[in-house]
Each structure stands twice: as structure tokens, then as C-alpha cells.
Design a protein around this ligand. Structure first.
Ligand code: SF4
Length: 347
């Protein structure tokens, strides 16, 4: 059973949609002064998406948070702009993920099955340091996981028993966030069923279109983005998995943290870039992390610059995940990276 606060946290849920419907608010009524706050927050949601790539969570006025979601979707849809739509969908998905990954298993289960209609069940399975708390029918899993690029999500790399894929809690949250993103893309890309939106809505749309123009021009050149992306694509599967888990806010054991940090530093990432990745971990402590990363970088302590462990060591720590064909020809994650950059991953 979801509370009113839950509906504000998860305005994409079927329960929140029914609540909005039951209150019978029409688009025309958005012009009235009593709904000004809803319009304001809706606009803010889109602006945050464009400016910060993340929509905040505001739970001081629950109704405003609930109603502003469909209004923001309407504005994005009326803008007819693909970049606004994709940034908004991405930012709302991130907002949802930040809440879902902290959610109780029962609520996650209820949202996953009620809103997405997935066949999800509670489970209890430990493999190495990973705790699988859920299982999902493989067809439902693939509907979302096919959109993920990391080998971590490939069906052959998953624990699959009797047609059910086992998931850690943050993985189920990540799947739900991705499903929200896809739904929003679909919804906001569809032509709005509205001939003449009220004046305040039109003004809001004009404002986000104007904002998008300035934000888009500040984007890094596509060539730079492509270079960053291709360098990450050359990461070995074990490092891709660790990076993905860190960015998903998963608790990582010490050896996993050391491997990820030493790998990133070894390929030329800065201490700040490593800290940014570790910032997502649930127990992040800036001072301690800075100390450890500086230590690994050889800036303090014994002044030894550490490299990541070799594949054999990573295997003994259960950190060798989903090795691919290139893995068979190397003995160290850094060798994998160098070869993959030269184009050896596909051979
Ligand atoms: S074989 Fe080595 S590089 Fe490949 S996934 Fe395993 S540990 Fe990583």
C-alpha cells in the first residue's frame, strides 16, 4: 500500500496516476491561481533536467509534487523537442533511481509488479559478495536489459534459474528507472491531445525551448563525447561491471574499490574523476576517499603508484565477471584495455 508521500516520490506509479485521475484536474484549470504552484514545480522539473541533468525530490507539498509530474510531461510533449524530451526522461529516471535504490524490498516489489506488470518475486541467493534479493521472469528482464550496453546485463552473464533472472536490489531499481525513462520518451514524444493549451502552459513551453537553446550550445563537441565513450567501451568486462555498480550506488567491497580506482588512475583519469565515481557509493566520505585514492595514485604514503591486480587475483576475489574472447588472450585488465583501444576487442 503506497502512502501519499510514496505517490509524490513515485508519480509514475499506477497508484499516483489513479490519484491524479480521481482528483479530476483538467489542463484548463491550470490557469487558475490555486494551481500556480503545480505549474511552477512542473516548469522547475524540466528546468532542472536541462540545467542539472537531475530532477530534485521535494516532499514538502505532496500534492504539488504529484501533480507537477504529468504537467511537466505535458509541457515536454508540447515542446516537440527531442533533446528536451530525452534529457527530461533521463533526469526523471535518475530521480526515481535515487529513491528506488533506498526503498524497502516490499515496496520495490509492489512498484515493479504493479506499475510495470513484471513477474517479480522475492528471493535470497548469495553468490560471492553479491546478494540477490529478487528474481524476475526472463521475458520481463529482457524487455529492459536489452537496452543496456554493459556485458553485466547480458543474459548469459546472469544467474538464471528455471526461467528466472536473479537481481540485486540496486539492479531491480536500475531496471525500473530504465523502464521509466523509456515510458517517458514514448509518452512525451507522442503528439499531445490538446488543440490550444492555456496561456501559462504555453509560456512555460516557450521558456523551456529558450533554455534548451542555451544549454544545448554549451554541450561538449560530439567528437569529445565520442572519444570518452569509446575509451570506456575499451574497459574490460570486470571494470565495466565495477564502474556500473559504483555508479548505481552499490556497496563495493574493499578489493573492488581498489581495483576500480587503480585501473582508472592507471589509464590517466584524475583523482577528481575517481572521486566523482566513488561519490555515488552509499558510505561515501570525501575525506577518507581522497586519502585512499591519493594513496593509490602514489601521492602520499609510500609514494608507490599502484596498478590493478592481475586477472588471476581478480578471479580469486570473484571480481572477474563475464570474461569475453579478448580476456582469453590477456592476463591483466590493463592489457585488455590497451588491446581493446587498438581494436582487438572484437577479434
Ligand atoms: S579475464 Fe581479466 S580482464 Fe577479463 S574480465 Fe576477467 S579479470 Fe577482467
Amino acid at each position: 500500500m503506497l502512502t501519499l508521500e510514496d505517490l509524490a516520490k513515485y508519480p509514475f506509479s499506477v497508484e499516483a496516476q489513479s490519484y491524479v485521475k480521481s482528483r479530476g484536474l483538467t489542463v484548463e484549470e491550470l490557469s487558475s491561481p490555486e494551481h500556480q504552484e503545480v505549474l511552477k514545480r512542473a516548469l522547475e522539473r524540466v528546468e532542472e533536467a536541462l540545467n542539472k541533468a537531475l530532477v530534485s525530490v521535494k516532499l514538502d507539498r505532496l500534492d504539488v509534487e504529484i501533480f507537477s509530474y504529468p504537467v511537466a510531461v505535458l509541457m515536454v510533449s508540447l515542446s516537440g523537442d527531442k533533446i528536451i524530451t530525452s534529457r527530461f526522461a533521463e533526469a526523471e529516471a535518475k530521480r526515481a533511481f535515487s529513491l528506488l535504490r533506498e526503498e524497502s524490498p516490499d515496496k520495490l516489489l509492489s512498484l515493479a509488479s504493479g506499475t510495470f506488470n513484471w513477474d517479480v518475486k522475492r528471493a535470497r541467493l548469495n553468490v560471492g559478495y553479491r546478494i540477490y534479493e529478487f528474481s524476475v521472469r526472463w521475458e520481463d528482464y529482457l524487455k529492459v536489459a536489452l537496452g543496456f550496453k554493459s556485458p553485466h546485463w547480458k543474459l548469459i552473464n546472469r544467474v538464471l534459474v528455471s526461467g528466472r533472472v536473479y537481481l540485486q536490489r540496486h539492479e531491480l531499481a536500475r531496471m525500473m528507472a530504465e523502464a521509466i525513462r523509456e515510458r517517458l520518451l514514448e509518452k512525451a514524444s507522442a503528439a499531445p491531445q490538446l488543440s490550444e493549451p492555456p496561456q501559462p502552459v504555453r509560456e512555460g513551453v516557450e521558456r523551456i525551448l529558450e533554455l534548451a537553446k542555451t544549454r544545448v550550445s554549451k554541450k561538449p563537441l560530439p567528437i569529445v563525447e565520442a572519444a570518452v565513450k569509446s575509451s570506456e567501451e575499451a574497459y574490460p568486462p570486470c571494470i565495466k561491471t565495477l564502474l556500473e555498480e559504483a555508479l548505481a550506488g552499490k556497496q563495493l567491497p574493499h578489493m573492488a574499490r581498489f581495483t576500480l580506482a587503480s585501473f582508472m588512475l592507471s589509464i590517466g583519469k584524475s583523482i577528481e574523476e575517481v572521486i566523482e565515481v566513488f561519490r555515488r557509493l552509499p558510505d561515501f566520505d570525501e575525506r577518507k576517499t581522497l586519502y585512499h585514492v591519493k594513496h593509490i595514485a602514489g601521492e602520499i604514503g609510500a609514494k608507490t603508484r599502484y596498478t590493478p591486480p592481475n586477472c588471476e587475483t581478480l578471479r580469486t576475489f570473484n571480481l572477474c565477471v563475464a570474461p569475453d574472447s579478448l580476456c582469453q588472450r590477456i592476463k591483466h585488465p590493463l592489457s585488455y584495455y590497451k588491446r581493446a583501444l587498438r581494436g582487438g576487442a572484437s577479434s
